[in-house]
Design a protein. Structure first.
Length: 348
């Protein structure tokens, strides 16, 4: 059975609204939508096990799907009786395209990193060579085991008490740590806040990592775009030459779909002397700190895999790629496996 958000709700309005969405009555949907509560809009019909959004998608009612998705209280990730969200039952690419995130002018795209003031990676070298080491990369660990032992304590020691309380209150109200992943995916200022002050959020996810074990990424590759300076590139080259282990410092949105990252890797106007880079993240084993949030995200088409802070990688190659007179660099980083059971067990 699907999620039981409101299957027992006996509401004539909700039933009528469901039928309007199912039958394609755009005018009635537009009339009713401002009058309905969250529960009524997201009502699950007891006979079909579908929400109004499921029904509109299944029946290919483009304008009704658009109206529902533009409504801030329409829940996109409720599952039907077949355990499928509305995006997954959509029969056409035109319907599916409505689920994509709209990119606003001057808005930071979550799948590309532009000229960071602080590197999103820290260096954990397994060699004691300091020769020409980039000064803004932090050294300190000499093995993945040492780094893993320090993960939780580092996050706890830097967590803002206020931020921790706010996020924990939201977590308690939702009764599931997965709700925090949906919160992260929303197009709100919270995304930027968590990029600069991620400590409390990190603590919550690590403390409840066992609840996310079913979302641990089981694929082989994810992608992220970066726009960096030559100095930034030299830092990655140094890490490659010295077989250094590096760790993520921030939450990093990556995508299973190369095109998602590639589409935003072109240099914006005014970014002279900068480099366009595609980063390939390779995984040889299940990674408990690479969270596949495809079914938890508000924007399903992004195929997002969220890398938690302190996920470990090694740079395995740096290549130049030229196409259509555009020079891009491709950096491949391979995940350093940490036994999933040990991380999940420590979070219980």
């Amino acid at each position: 059975m699907g999620q039981k958000y409101s299957t027992e709700l006996q509401s004539n309005l909700a039933n009528e609204f469901y039928q309007f969405c199912c039958n394609g009555n755009v005018n009635r949907v537009r009339e009713y939508l401002p009058l309905l509560s969250y529960n009524e809009i997201n009502y699950i019909n007891p006979n079909t096990g579908q929400t109004s959004l499921h029904a509109a998608c299944l029946n290919n009612h483009l304008e009704i799907v658009r109206l529902l998705l533009e409504n801030n209280v329409c829940n996109r990730i409720i599952r039907n009786q077949q355990n499928r969200i509305a995006y997954d039952v959509s029969p056409s690419n035109e319907i599916r395209s409505l689920f994509r995130r709209s990119q606003q002018p001057n808005e930071t795209n979550r799948f590309i990193e532009i000229c960071p003031n602080r590197s999103s990676f820290g260096l954990i070298t397994n060699t004691r060579s300091e020769t020409n080491r980039p000064d803004d990369w932090v050294t300190g660990y000499f093995s993945s085991a040492d780094a893993q032992d320090a993960q939780l304590m580092m996050a706890l020691s830097h967590a803002s008490p206020i931020m921790k309380l706010l996020l924990y209150a939201q977590f308690l109200n939702k009764n599931s740590v997965k709700s925090l992943l949906t919160l992260y995916s929303l197009q709100t200022p919270l995304f930027g806040t968590l990029q600069s002050n991620a400590d409390a959020y990190t603590v919550l996810l690590y403390l409840h990592l066992d609840e996310l074990s079913d979302l641990a990424y089981r694929g082989r590759l994810t992608y992220r775009g970066m726009i960096m300076s030559f100095d930034d590139l030299r830092a990655y080259q140094w890490a490659h030459e010295h077989a250094a282990i590096i760790e993520t410092r921030t939450f990093q949105s990556t995508s299973k779909d190369r095109a998602v990252a590639f589409a935003f890797s072109d240099l914006p106007p005014g970014y002279n002397n900068q480099l366009s880079v595609i980063v390939r993240y390779k995984f040889t084993q299940i990674c408990p700190t690479a969270i596949d949030i495809h079914n938890e995200s508000h924007f399903t088409p992004e195929d997002e895999v969220l890398l938690l802070p302190f996920t470990l990688f090694r740079v395995t190659s740096i290549k130049e790629r030229s196409s259509d007179e555009v020079l891009r660099y491709e950096i491949t980083m391979q995940n350093i496996p940490v036994t999933p059971n040990s991380l999940w067990a420590s979070s219980r």
